[in-house]
Ligand binder design. Sequence first.
Ligand code: ADP
Ligand code: MG
Length: 247
Amino acid sequence: MITIERLQKTYNKFTLSINFIHFEETRTTVIIGPSGCGKSTLLRLIAYLIKPDAGKILIDGIELDAASSRQAKKRMGYVIQEGGLFPHMTAEENVVLVARRMGWDAQKMAHRLHELCEITSISPDLLHRFPLELSGGQRQRISLMRALMLDPPILLMDEPLGALDPIVRVKLQSDLKKIFQRLKKTVLFVTHDVSEAAYFGDEIVLISNGSVVQKGTISDLLKTPKNAFVTSFIRAQRPPDELFRNL
Ligand code: ADP
Ligand code: MG
C-alpha cells in the first residue's frame, strides 16, 4: 500500500533518512520514538504536505509527486494532535469542507454525515458547534469524521490522543481501535507512548534521530531488540504489566 525508498529530508542539522519501508494494507503501524526523532516529518512527507529532498514514496505503486498528489490526498485522511479544525467554521462545515469543494450534493453529504456520526459516536446536535465549544475528545472525534469523510483507505494520525486527559484518552483508544478494524483502514499512527503503541500496533516502527531502529511487533521489540536503545526506550516508559502478558 505505502512504500518508501531511499527517502531523505533535512532540516538544518536534522536528517530523516529511510532506506526502505513498506506499510501493508488494512494494518495499523505505529510510529514511535523520542520527541524530535522525525515522526511528524515522516507523516507530513506521506501526506505530501512537504516534499522529500531525495527518494520516493509510492502509494499503491504510484510515486507521490506534484502531479499525483491531488488524487493521492483524497486517499488519505490526516488527523493531528490538536485536531487542526478551522476555528471559524462549525464542526459540520469542517467535516464537509473538501466534499463540498468537490461538488457533492446536499443529500449525499447529509447521508455521509449521518454515517460518520454513528461511526464516531458523535451526537448530530454537536455538529453545529464551533471547535472551541467542544471538549478535547469531541474535537478529536470531529477531526476523525473530517478525515473519514471521503472514505479514504489510508489514515495518518499524528499523536491524535496526545492532548487528552487519561479517561477520555482510554475511551477514544478503544473506540478508535474498533473503528480501524471495522473500516479496514491502513493506519499509520504516531505516538511517543509505548503502551499506546502496544495497544494499537500490528507493527511498530521505532525511530531514533531520523533513522528506523527496528520494525516489528511489540513482542519482537521486547524479546529480540536490535540494540540497547530499543530496550531502554521501551523499558524507560515502564509499560503496564498487561503489555508483557502472553509474550
Ligand atoms: P517528532 O514528530 O518526532 O517530535 P519532527 O518530525 O516534528 O519530530 O521533527 C524532527 C526534527 O526536524 C526536529 O529537530 C525539528 O526541529 C525539525 N523540524 C521539523 N519541521 C521543521 C521545519 N519546518 N523547519 C525546521 N526544522 C524542522
Ligand atoms: Mg511530532
